[in-house]
Design a protein around this ligand. Sequence first.
Ligand code: UN1
Length: 490
Amino acid sequence: MEVKNYIDGQWVADNLKGMPVINPANGEQLAIVPLSTTHEVNEAAIAAKRAQKQWSQLPAPKRADFLYEIGFKLKEKKEYLAQLLTMEMGKVIEEARGEVQEAIDMAFYMAGEGRRLFGETVPSELANKFAMSVRAPVGVAGIITPWNFPIAIASWKAFPALICGNTVVWKPSNESPLMAYELGKIFEEVGLPNGVVNIVFGTGPTVGTAMVEHPDIRIISFTGSNATGSKVAELGGKLLKKVSLELGGKNAVIVMDDANLELAVEGILWSAFGTAGQRCTACSRVIVQKNVKEQVIARLLKAMDQLTIGDGLDPNVKVGPVVNKAALEKINHYVQIGKQQGATLLRGGKILEKIPFDKGFYFEPTLFADVTPDMIIAQEEIFGPVVSIIEVDSLEQAIEVNNGVKFGLSSSIFSQDVNTIFKAQHLLDTGIVYVNAGTTGAEIHLPFGGTKGTGNGHRDSGQAALDVYTEWKSIYVDFSGKLQRAQIDT
Ligand code: UN1
């Protein structure tokens, strides 16, 4: 398969260098992805700018019609897309289906916004004067999406951008270009006008930077690493662009003495080892109250021993490969640091190198105990199937440990006590809090994002996404027939 750029309604990739796309489960080459230059970014931005005039003038319910059609197509192709998604980035097929469903949900949710996009009407302080606010598109939106949720996160960004009247230049990750390619084909099939969405494949330093620098791209929405995110913010900030960032996490499940331990362990397992731990929302710390620590560990180990590792296309497999060799090495590096700093390795901790794992990128589900809150493995994002057990005495201490990291994406507490639960949800400093569920599983109609180092105050998803892709316009209509001076002639 040869993946091409989609610019102004044409599939193009002439004279561009290509890069192989590898199935992380078995090392097979799936496709070649073009490595575009600033030239392609410029072409895409010009096309998007040209298309934006007409697109924004189309009534929002008509823009919504395209999103409904996109949703129907995604539904029709759900199984095909899910299989391809598993092949290109490794998550197990059940989760891949869930991810495509997330994109379907977002298409229909944002299509519904076509008949809402609420602004405000307020009384004016002056007689015979009308005051209201409406949402106006920002213009051309540049979206930069990661490989771990290649179709869901693209939908979180592109669909609200479109319904709000923006056009899009999209740089997908080089690790997961096939979802972008397929989504591009869907845009074409539903007859989205040329230039409304443009897809440019390539590297962050070249394509990403050119997007942030391009004068016609007025907003950048980025999901990815903190290192890249802060570069985007720096450059975008200097150019006075709107920049929406969704970065790392160091998410914890808190298990209190009174928790349903069976449920807690299920929640930990699902949120720690789902997508092989490569979610921003993955649980990588278990903060457990002293009295139940040994029980939690024993149950976790038993459950971990039953996890089948392998190619995610096999429906019995629960943990797939990680995305590539560099990811394997990074995870391994953190495991070595954990050991050096005195954490006790209870399970896993190794790269799987023997047949049938030798051609892919597999890391054993890993559990550390005796981890203290300040250890590197309890502070930095590992982005792999590695969990650390941290013991605490009280709820207060649990919250302190939870909040004592630079990130603030997701947190979770297992308890049966209403006071404990409400106190925790109030004090946990994260953008998402789960009660009696793991740290993953966000639904598309609530804001998604986090505090502190997880971002810069913006949110994907829900109504909050509309704030990213619109400017507020306040409109005053004076029908008094005379000059009325606000704050003076009252
Ligand atoms: C991510 O972790 O990068 O809540 C996105 C979840 C998914 C989305 C995760 N719905 O885990």
